[in-house]
Design a protein around this ligand. Structure first.
Ligand SMILES: [Zn+2]
Length: 387
């Protein structure tokens, strides 16, 4: 089973500079190669040309260009080839015109060393470890846990002000054929007020940002909006802001992973609501022709939804399930919050408030999110694994 181990790097100034340079080169290669692909598709659509092949042609051209262009030579060949491979994959998955440009401000630098033969990982005493990477040499990181298994590849990326390395390792383990508790199942309601409510009545939540941090973020955003584009001060504000949001992202990922691990260890089946978060946000943003309706109201809700990281939670569940053998089921979430679980009565009035559910037909009362989670469970779980 492939598992990622992520460490924060402690780079020398020279190494950090070189990483930034590699990131820039990969971004340029990505954008150039994407432009080339788009033009080829357009020529082909107009009937001028045959559709050129993807990765292999571009890799050959890259190798040729590298002998002429010195700025390209600064980066290890493997990470550039990997960039072309990633682009190829992205174009297959999303279509050539669905793949995004990598903008300087928008894309977080990231590049992968795909050859395990070129990566050596060693431990330095109790607290530090260091992998050796092509051209970068030995890079230090804090040995927070040992990577398990054989290293397959290493990805270096920047998040906020820090650089990280992710070691992808094959640990030789397999997903168990049967869960340790084969009869246990749980339904989940992912909410705005409480991040995760379960059909067992458990509520999981965590404060991702302290009021002080929230206030600081608000002030920084206001400051940013007043600063001139491209100015040094604006860059400083941006750096401070990304440090702040990076902390929130880390806490959210941590929360999702821990909650998912608890739920998957205890249950053979985890039922989630199928939530199309992309559509939800798109409707608020609207399009050029049809501006979104209820933009303000929806934008507020969307922010709250996204802030709780629904999508990230599902991914965390899928990841935890690989180790426990849990089945993740998704069901239609329509009316789960208005339906009484014991009697099935559906009415908006059932939901007395954000947190209280009181059935107007049978009088059943429960925590609103827990009732919704029980409905989710009933829809995805008929009581046997074959069902
Ligand atoms: Zn009822």
């Amino acid at each position: 089973m492939l598992t990622g181990f992520r460490y924060r790097l402690s780079l020398t100034d020279e190494q950090a500079e070189r990483c930034a340079e590699y990131g820039d080169i990969c971004r340029a290669v990505w954008n150039t190669a994407l432009d080339q692909r788009r033009q080829a598709v357009q020529r082909w659509q107009r009937g001028y040309d045959q559709l050129f092949c993807g990765y292999h042609l571009q890799a050959t051209q890259l190798a040729e260009t590298k002998t002429e262009e010195t700025w390209l030579r600064a980066a290890p060949s493997h990470i550039l080839q990997q960039t072309l491979k990633d682009l190829d994959r992205a174009c297959r998955d999303h279509g050539t015109f669905g793949v995004r440009w990598r903008g300087k401000g928008r894309w977080k630098p990231s590049f992968r060393f795909p050859d395990p033969k070129q990566i050596t990982v060693e431990r330095l005493g109790r607290r530090w470890g260091h992998p050796k990477l092509p051209k970068l040499g030995w890079v230090r990181f804090r040995w927070s846990r040992a990577p398990k298994g054989a290293v397959r590849s290493a990805t270096v990326s920047r998040d906020g002000e820090h650089w990280y390395v992710s070691l992808l390792c094959e640990d030789g383990e397999h997903t168990p054929g049967e869960h340790a508790v084969p009869d246990a199942a749980v339904g989940i309601d992912r909410g705005v007020a409480v991040a995760v409510a379960t059909s067992d009545g458990d509520l999981f939540d965590r404060t991702l940002q302290t009021p002080k941090e929230h206030e600081r973020e608000r002030r920084l955003r206001r400051k940013l909006s007043r600063q001139r584009k491209g100015s040094n001060n604006r860059a400083k504000t941006k750096a401070a802001l990304s440090k702040l949001t990076g902390r929130v992202r880390a806490r959210r990922a941590d929360f999702s992973a821990q909650t998912a691990s608890v739920l998957c260890t205890k249950n053979a089946v985890v039922v989630l609501e199928r939530l199309n978060t992309t559509n939800m946000t798109a409707s608020a943003r609207g399009t050029m022709d049809a501006p979104g309706r209820n933009v303000r109201a929806k934008a507020g809700l969307n922010r709250a939804i996204l802030a709780k990281g629904w999508h990230g939670f599902k991914l965390a569940c899928l990841n935890a399930a690989r180790r426990t053998g849990t089945r993740i089921v998704e069901v239609d979430p329509a009316y789960t919050s208005q339906t009484c679980n014991p009697c099935g009565h559906v009415a908006p009035e059932n939901r007395e408030s954000q947190s209280v559910f009181r059935c107007t037909s049978c009088g059943h009362t429960a925590h609103a999110d827990v009732n919704a989670a029980q409905n989710t469970l009933s829809r995805g779980w008929t009581g046997s694994l074959s069902g």
